[in-house]
Design a binder for this molecule. Structure first.
Ligand code: BGC
Length: 730
């Protein structure tokens, strides 16, 4: 077989200037905007220009900030959610000299009033259109307040579940991550908010999984793994990008001109605004790359950070630095132009091309709830189901529901609903009672003193309840306080006394269905050995427990798939299906890759997830034996529902280039589609692969599509066995 020493280097320009969709959208509108900005900037004083780059948190008392806005010294504010307060600021703008509108931003991540499941759960649906509908609904709720920008989506790829912020992203895979990044951007924008794709770049790769810690990322990894979601978000029209807190290869991103200006703005063609993260410019001193706040301001602006979130470094120091000749006026002007461009594109100005932005009509609460429930229903991942323990049917007999989380109505995530009034939420106990209460006995024991099982309430009562039942449903939850920012974990087993409870319940001898609410993959080896069924429910949100009951009783079959690997133990991290091969593939023997005290495989691989029915794959075929580097090839596979009930399956396509100039990942996800099949129904699923999507980046960051053999795998997880192949020809 001919394989490739021919490197087909696609010029770096292939990666630049992606098609951008703006709210106005046409080149003439863009030209009109630039002309308006030029005219406006000609009228602005240096103070007013620097003011546009100042982005502080809303502070009390309000008078000093209202005055600063009056003077043109603030370009946007974060965390103003009271509509009356937004109006007060807008009134001040209307009375100001230049009337430049403000950005009002909050972290509308997965909720404003109604909480949707957290974003990792959106990714587990493997249906980007559900994420789009979720983001739209959240944006519509948020926009009613006058807020016009969300600090979302977080699209950091991460292979490290110790990092608490995996809850906000789409998991470990660049292709899945890019699909969800684009969908989330589209959704928020449809709902009337501008977006901030964050955190550019490599924030999800902190060494040791410790939040804010530095990352070491090679050029191929940067472009192949971490950048694709940002490229997708930019192409979907994200108006802003937020820089990450951490260092990449030793240089803090906030001061990293190579990453912000050369890669993001120039190579990816991003012409919106780049903001710092919260106080990140000030923290350049902590990184040891700035002597003081003035130095930090200079470095961040030079790197390409247009907007200073919270540090007040630009506000305090840029004017003097320009006057002293330490900062070129052109750098300030370039940043101001980007901020104004985004404000025009958002339709915030009276004379924005395409009209002034209006607060979109409200979506009625029932529709928002329906959407939240639809996401939750498809996000649950059934990891195992021995003996068809789930769903609970009449034949299951007496059911013991155990765990205080069955009484919980709040979401455990860090980013809970921002609205003051909490929405009505059904508990799992009530939702189950409503479904099976009048057909079979449902016993209940709280077992724990709190929803996350930090301490026992009554262990003996829980055991007695299990003894009196035919089947046990134990619901456990990751510690309420440890999902989100600043909560890295070194131990990923069940927290508190939950494992102890499970150990005790296992001795009772009844089949156990374990339901796990979590913001991240956990190390569930011990639990896995003790239970018949295991369902990952993530943090399911306001409609989540209702959806959970639907799935537990089989009204809906689970259809989620893992967007991130579940390791056997923390020592395996990082572990991914797309790791590179080694010289000594793991066989279990000594002197091969692996551990002497742990298996080399994860507990559950990326893409895994069962249904209440089964699916068989066959007939995997490619449309041609070879494809040119600029060509396309069709892959098709037959999928049949071989069980007794309807279900949905995520059909996944992986490739591997087995011979190339660099070691290529053992598998890479290249396409997926979720389909619904009735019992006995068979469908042919077709995927069109571009040969260029099978390429990679070399150490200089150039895109390469290399001639050589490609293996193709199709199935229901990243361990799919059905295999065929073709060749990229030169
Ligand atoms: C987080 C950002 C967030 C910002 C504003 C920071 O601590 O890293 O993701 O948008 O705060 O709340």
């Amino acid at each position: 077989m001919k394989h490739g020493l021919l490197l087909l280097t696609l010029l770096a320009s292939l990666c630049s200037s992606p098609a951008r969709s703006t709210p106005t959208g046409t080149p003439s509108a863009d030209r009109a905007i630039e002309a308006k900005i030029t005219a406006l900037m000609a009228r602005m004083t240096l103070t007013e220009k620097v003011g546009q780059l100042n982005f502080p948190s809303y502070a009390f008392p309000r008078e000093p900030q209202l005055e600063a806005v009056r003077q043109g010294r603030i370009g946007g504010l974060l965390n103003v959610v009271n509509p009356a307060h937004v109006k007060d600021f807008e009134a001040v703008i209307q009375a100001s000299r230049l009337k430049i509108p403000l950005l009002f931003a909050i972290d509308a991540i997965h909720s404003f009033h109604i909480a949707f499941p957290t974003p990792i759960a959106w990714a587990a649906t493997w249906r980007p259109e559900l994420a789009e509908s979720a983001a739209e609904a959240i944006a519509l709720e948020t926009a009613q307040t006058g807020v016009n920008l969300t600090f979302a989506p977080m699209i950091d790829i991460s292979r490290d579940p110790r990092w608490g912020r995996v809850i906000e992203g789409a998991g470990e895979d660049p292709m899945l991550g890019a699909a969800f990044a684009a969908a989330r951007v589209r959704g928020y924008r449809k709902g009337g908010l501008a977006t901030s794709a964050k955190h550019f770049v490599g924030y999800g790769a902190p060494e040791g999984g410790r939040d804010y810690n530095g990352a070491q990322i090679s050029a191929p990894e940067l472009f192949d793994r971490y950048i694709p979601p940002f490229q997708a978000a930019i192409e979907a029209g994200s108006e802003t990008v937020m820089a990450s807190f951490n260092t990449v290869n030793g240089v803090p991103v906030t001061a990293n001109r190579r990453l912000i200006t050369d890669v993001l703005k120039t190579r990816l063609g991003f012409d919106g605004l780049v903001m710092s993260d919260f106080a990140a410019i000030m923290e350049l001193k902590n990184h040891g790359v700035a002597a003081d706040l003035a130095d930090a301001a200079r470095r961040a602006l030079h790197a390409g950070i247009d907007l200073d979130m919270e540090s007040k470094a630009y506000d305090r120091h840029l004017e003097a630095a320009v006057k002293a000749g330490k900062v070129p006026m052109s750098e300030v002007d370039a940043a101001v132009r980007r901020v104004l461009r985004v404000k025009y594109r958002m339709g915030l100005f009276e004379d924005s091309p395409g009209g002034v932005r209006k607060i979109p009509a409200k979506m009625d609460e029932e529709t928002v709830r329906k959407r939240a429930r639809a996401v939750a229903l498809e996000s649950f991942v059934l990891l195992k189901n021995n003996g068809a323990t789930l769903p609970i049917t009449k034949e299951s007999g007496t059911v013991a529901l155990i765990g205080a989380a069955a009484l919980a109505t709040k979401d455990h995530s860090w980013y809970g609903p921002a609205a003051l009034e909490k929405p009505r939420t059904e508990t799992l106990l009530d939702a189950l009672k409503a479904r099976i209460g009048n057909r079979q006995t449902l016993l209940f024991s709280e077992a724990f003193a709190d929803a996350c099982g930090q301490a026992f309430k009554d262990k003996e009562h829980a055991l007695a309840t299990a003894r009196a039942a035919d089947v046990v449903v134990l619901i456990v939850a990751e510690d309420c306080t440890v999902s989100g920012e600043g909560v890295s974990r070194a131990d990923l087993t069940l927290s508190g006394v939950q494992q102890e409870m499970l150990d005790a319940l296992a001795t009772v001898g009844k089949p156990i269905a374990l339901v796990v609410e979590t913001g991240r993959p956990l190390a569930l080896s011990a639990a896995n050995d003790e239970v018949a069924s295991m369902l990952i429910a993530w943090h399911p949100g306001t409609e989540g427990r209702t959806a959970l009951a639907d799935v537990l009783v089989g009204e809906t079959a689970p259809s989620g798939k893992l967007p991130m690997t579940f390791p056997r133990s923390v020592g395996q991290i990082p572990i991914s299906y797309s790791d590179l091969p080694t010289s000594r593939p793991p066989t279990g023997d000594r002197f091969t890759t692996g551990y002497v005290d742990e298996k080399p495989t994860p507990l559950y691989p990326f893409g895994h997830g069962l249904s209440y029915t089964t699916f068989a794959y066959s007939g995997l075929k490619v449309s041609a034996p070879g494809v040119r580097p600029n060509g396309k090839i069709e892959v098709r596979v037959d999928v049949k529902n071989t069980g007794l009930r309807a279900g949905q399956e995520v059909v996944q396509l992986y490739t591997r280039q087995t011979v190339a100039s660099r070691s290529r990942p053992m598998r890479e996800l290249k396409a997926f589609e979720k389909i619904a099949l009735e019992p006995g129904e068979q469908r042919t699923v077709r995927f069109l692969l571009k040969a260029s999507d099978l390429g990679y980046h070399d150490e200089d960051g150039n895109k390469v599509v290399e001639a050589g053999p490609i293996r193709v795998f199709a199935g229901g997880s990243s361990t799919a066995e059905l295999e065929t192949g073709f060749e990229i020809t030169d």
